[in-house]
Structures are given as C-alpha cells and as structure tokens.
Design a protein around this ligand. Sequence first.
Ligand SMILES: [Zn+2]
Length: 135
Amino acid sequence: MKTEADSKCRLCHQFDEIIDHIISACPILAKEQYIKRHDRVCAQLHFNICKETGVQLDQKHWYELVPKSVETSQGGKVTMLWNQRVQTDRTIPSNKPDIIIRDNENGTCMLIDVAISGDRSVIKKEAEKTIKTLK
Ligand SMILES: [Zn+2]
C-alpha cells in the first residue's frame, strides 16, 4: 500500500503489536481487561463446579453469576470458597486462591488458582504460581 505502518501496539506504543502481546502482555490491557477476563473465567469455573457438586445457585447461566464468598452444597458435602484467604502456619504472600473446594466428608481441600496466559508463557506462569504458593 506504500504506507509506513508502525508495528508498535496502538495502546501502549512500547512493544510490537503481535498476538502474544495483545492476548497477555500489554501493560494497558493488564490494568483492567485482563483482570476482567480472569474474573469471568473464574466465575464460569465456579458456576460449573457448583453445578457438579450440587451447590444450589439462583442463576441459570454462568455469566449472570456473581459468586458468593461461601456456598455449601445440599446436604453439606462440599463447601465452595470464593477468593478467600487461607490461614497457614507460616506467612505466604499469595494465600488467596481463586476457588477452594472443601470436601467436608474427608476434610480435604482443592485449591484452584487461575492464570490466563499466552501459549508461550504457560510454563512460566505455572512456575510463578507454584513459587508463590511455596514461598
Ligand atoms: Zn500494548
């Protein structure tokens, strides 16, 4: 087209506007849009787990759900915690997983912490999450 195209991101003007950058690395989108996306993914996950474990929800669709801090399944077999701090013996900076599923029959918990990253940084994100919970 004989035009000079700027390869820099139209939002941050710092990095090349490639797919990886737009999906998961733009500092402008990170402030709000990535957080919204993360929270919506967590809400859908929460909704589906509630359905699987017998937690009654008022909403028919996941996108209507604003998860409550604590929800318990009918009969009390499972308790779902949303964005709650975990009390630990030692100080752990990242002790607030997105979802905790507590099996009240055997006293075990499953912690779910969601990260949404580009394909190239999946391993890096996974390592970051692991290190944060072990520190
Ligand atoms: Zn950018």
